[in-house]
Write a protein that binds this ligand. Structure first.
Ligand code: ADP
Ligand code: ZN
Ligand code: ZN
Length: 811
């Protein structure tokens, strides 16, 4: 094995590896990080394969290893290759998913004296060469940067090259150090004994500086030193008070370096396994059999059960079983910040054996966590989609909670992978079992579960008896009727009454509004009719500037009608409202209620999810107004009413998944109500009360929704009956953008016809739903067929194009 196939960290490398010779003396393994020469540069690479022969005639040599141990496991290497081939991403982008955080750094070059000078004589060196040689010799080793600073870049490089070429010196490479220091925390320590402190405190109190006395007493009571932040919080003293104590020589501040555990166990009570219900038992048994390998495939389970049906308990038991078998797990959640309860339950069952990966960790902490995971210190790694690539050894179980969530797809960065498909691939490579859990499974997942590709497990009832915690009652309000009876407010009579009642009773209300899409579609306010493309069935989008309707799939343009094509009413217009407007309206209509807004504008600007949430939980507001975020798995027992201000914004998005998306959102939002002893009610306002997605959500009936939806998918040849790829071209010039998109379409048609592929449709080009983004126009082409990666792989896409295989959204 004298050659290595290396994935190189360079944009030029694209989807291929490069052959390098392995110099004698270097012990190279697959998965190892190495320095390699690439053109004029020294770059990082990851060895993916060893072979006795090079793939090309001329090879250069690997320079050195970066880390002594392989960073990628054999399964990860295969997974990276699969990601690159399937999602058509550069190979190194896929490899990089699995590297330790902060790994992609620059190479630093060091120069040292050759260990074997032989009979080389210094007298053969020029004065300058000699000067450098002696400098290096004196220091043991010198960084090239430093030499460059002394002598100038060019000169330093030339002389070093000469010294190396003549065998006087050698070069070594190292990664730039991680630019972060360990986390330090400020502690306040007593400098006197606790007893003395108490005596002093008593004396102080007589003279009335009570704050100092309180702080002293607090410190005296502690058995261990406390972080200052905690002391401040518990005593209510400002820093100035502590500084006075320090000034008097009674206490001192100390910086302590800490390695934080990523979970705080302070408020976690350990839990033990619950006795399973019959339904849970039978689901668990199937998973257990798969873990033990006593059952034939599939090893992918779709665990379908309403919120509260006991899915999480099954995850915990499956993990315990995995651990019993000497293996480990990975649990993915849609968004760490929104799933504290799930994490706590894992931590309570597997104390100090849970790693949580989240973006609030500093780079240093992320790196430490990665190392600890690789050392096998955790039973389970919990995190967002990227946690799938954690170096968890002996992987036996992968869980995707809320598997239908779109956050599992990497949206705007290569590789645009879906964590679900990738998890299933990884499981195939490692023999692990996969559990996909959801109350409203993705239509594709449910389809695969029904036709045997996955194993379907269903929990049909809540664990807690139904009388105590029934599914909330859902009322659908027809907004057309409201208008007919003269109510032009955005709150229907029903919703107004319900809000007033809840607020009067000191209960809490959530108002949900899906803002995306806003006022971009046109709807008849008399009959609810929405204009759709005749060919694509998707909603037409209203472009205000040109005042036309455009289909964002096929680019068909239609004038804006003056009367409704269905009922001839003149009240056909675009409508829409954002969360900000909604908050104003709520303040106006319910002057005695406190409102709180929660959307991405707010969380980006000032307050974190956690702050807003805890404010609401502490009842500092009566009405929480928000977008999707309010729909995620939060437990707010005081909420008795959830109002969906309009279900139509998401229903009328120009995407074939609009119905599915609406059903999921409404089901989730509805799940927010009635989680406490007070019970709950949901009111959905809409102009399309008869739509099957709304009807099914109102009845908490996933299966009837699925049956309708899958029929439409079949008729229109949409996934899961086909696959899609979304090609997007962006450019600052709109006309050029359109031309390039049209040229690409022609090229794709030529390729398709030359290969005689019958079942491949090309839709578009059309302007993207968000036509202009950050100053660039975007046009897109949709491909619909079966094996799209294979078709697209040999086609070279000029710069400016992106490919999204299996996109979750066509917007
Ligand atoms: P899901 O994940 O489907 O929302 P959970 O696993 O969170 O459901 O279960 C809902 C509630 O029921 C939790 O409070 C959980 O502790 C409790 N629970 C789950 N399984 C059992 C069981 N077998 N016996 C008693 N309580 C259970
Ligand atoms: Zn009409
Ligand atoms: Zn169309």
């Amino acid at each position: 094995m004298r050659y290595a196939e290396v994935s190189v960290n360079s944009p030029v490398a694209q989807r291929r590896t490069f052959s390098y010779a392995i110099p004698s003396g270097l012990n190279i393994k697959a998965g190892q990080a190495v320095w390699i020469p690439f053109g004029e540069k020294i770059l990082q690479g990851i060895v993916l394969e060893l072979s006795p022969y090079p793939a090309v005639e001329e090879t250069r040599e690997i320079i050195d290893v970066i880390e002594p141990h392989p960073l990628l496991s054999p399964a990860q290497i295969m997974l990276a290759r699969w990601i690159s081939e399937y999602y058509l991403s550069p190979l190194f982008d896929a490899v990089a998913l699995m590297l330790p955080p902060g790994f992609e750094r620059k190479a630093l070059t060091f120069v040292s004296i050759s260990p074997d000078l032989g009979d080389r004589s210094l007298s053969s060196l020029t004065p300058e060469q000699r000067h450098i040689f002696e400098l290096v010799q004196k220091q043991g080793r010198a960084s090239l940067k430093e030499l460059e600073r002394r002598l100038g870049k060019k000169k330093a490089q030339t002389i070093v090259s000469q010294l190396v070429g003549r065998g006087f010196a050698i070069r070594n490479y190292e990664l730039e150090p991680v630019k972060i220091s360990p986390k330090r925390v400020s502690y306040l320590r007593l400098k006197v004994t606790p007893r003395q402190a108490q005596e002093i405190a008593a004396r102080l109190r007589e003279k009335r500086p009570t704050k100092q006395a309180n702080l002293l007493d607090f410190l005296a009571e502690q058995s261990e030193p406390v972080p200052w932040a905690e002391a401040r919080q518990r005593t209510g003293c400002e820093k100035a008070v502590a500084e006075i104590l320090v000034g008097k020589g009674l206490a001192t501040f100390q910086q302590v370096e800490i390695k934080r555990e990523t979970i705080s166990y302070q408020n976690i009570t350990l839990s033990s396994p619950l006795e399973l219900t019959a339904a849970q038992e039978s689901a668990f048994k199937a998973i257990k059999d798969a873990l033990h390998g006593t059952k034939v495939p599939p090893k992918v389970f779709l665990l379908h059960g309403v919120t509260g049906s006991g899915k999480t308990e099954i995850y915990l038991r499956a993990l315990a079983e995995t651990v019993k078998l000497g293996k480990r797990g990975i649990a993915l959640v849609p968004e760490i910040a929104l799933t504290p309860q799930t994490i706590e339950r894992f931590a309570a069952r597997f104390p100090h054996r849970v790693a949580v990966l989240h973006s609030q960790l500093s780079p240093r902490e992320q790196f430490d966590e990665w190392q600890s995971i690789k050392n096998g210190e955790f039973d389970v790694v919990i995190g967002p989609r990227s946690a799938l690539f954690a170096p968890q050894p002996e992987l036996g179980l992968i869980i995707l909670d809320e598997e239908h969530e779109w956050t599992y797809k990497q949206p705007d960065k290569s590789p645009r992978y879906h964590a679900r498909s990738t998890a299933i691939k990884l499981a195939e490579l490692t023999g692990a079992v996969v559990i996909l859990g959801s109350a409203t499974p993705d239509i594709e997942s449910f389809y695969y579960a029904r036709n045997g590709r996955y194993h379907l497990l269903q929990l049909t009832e809540r664990v807690v008896p139904v009388e105590k915690s029934p599914m909330p009652k859902v009322e659908v309000v027809d907004l057309r009727e409201e208008l007919k009876s003269g109510n032009r407010s955005i709150f229907s009579r029903s919703l107004t009454q319900a809000i007033t009642r809840a607020v009067t009773n000191r209960e809490q209300v959530i108002l949900f509004l899906n803002r995306r899409g806003g006022a971009t579609f046109i709807q008849c306010r008399n009959c609810g009719f929405v204009l759709r493309c005749r060919r694509c069935e998707v909603t037409l989008t209203h472009h205000f500037t040109e005042d036309v309707l455009i289909c964002h799939q096929c680019n068909q343009k239609t004038p804006v009608p003056q009367i409704c094509p269905r009922c001839s009413s003149r009240r056909i217009k675009s409508l829409g409202i954002g969360t900000q407007k909604l908050e104003q309206e709520a303040n106006y209509s319910f002057p005695r209620a406190q409102t709180l807004r929660w959307d991405s504008d707010i969380t980006k600007r000032k307050e974190s999810h956690a702050t807003i949430l805890s404010k609401f939980r502490d009842h500092q507001a009566d009405i929480l107004i928000g977008t999707q975020m309010v729909a995620k798995g939060l437990d707010l027992p005081q909420v008795t009413l959830v109002g969906v201000v309009t279900a139509d914004t998401s229903l009328n998005l120009p995407d074939f998944r609009a119905g599915e998306r609406t059903f999921q959102l409404l089901s989730q939002v509805a799940g927010r109500a009635g989680r406490g002893p007070l019970g709950g009610q949901v009111i959905i306002q809409t102009f399309s009360p008869e739509h099957y997605a709304i009807q099914a959500a109102a009845k908490h009936d996933y299966v009837s929704f699925y049956n309708k939806e899958i029929d439409y998918r079949r008729q229109l040849r949409n996934p899961p009956f086909t696959h899609l790829a979304l090609l997007t071209y962006s450019h600052t010039n709109d006309a050029l953008c359109q031309r390039e998109a049209e040229r690409m379409k022609t090229q794709l048609i030529t390729e398709r016809d030359a290969k005689g592929i019958a079942d491949l449709n090309l839709i578009g080009p059309a302007p993207a739903f968000i036509h202009r983004l950050r100053g660039r126009f975007r046009w897109q082409i949709i491909l619909r067929g079966t094996d799209l990666p294979t078709f697209l792989s040999p086609i070279s896409l000029p710069q400016g194009w992106t490919v999204d295989i299996d996109p979750v959204s066509l917007l």
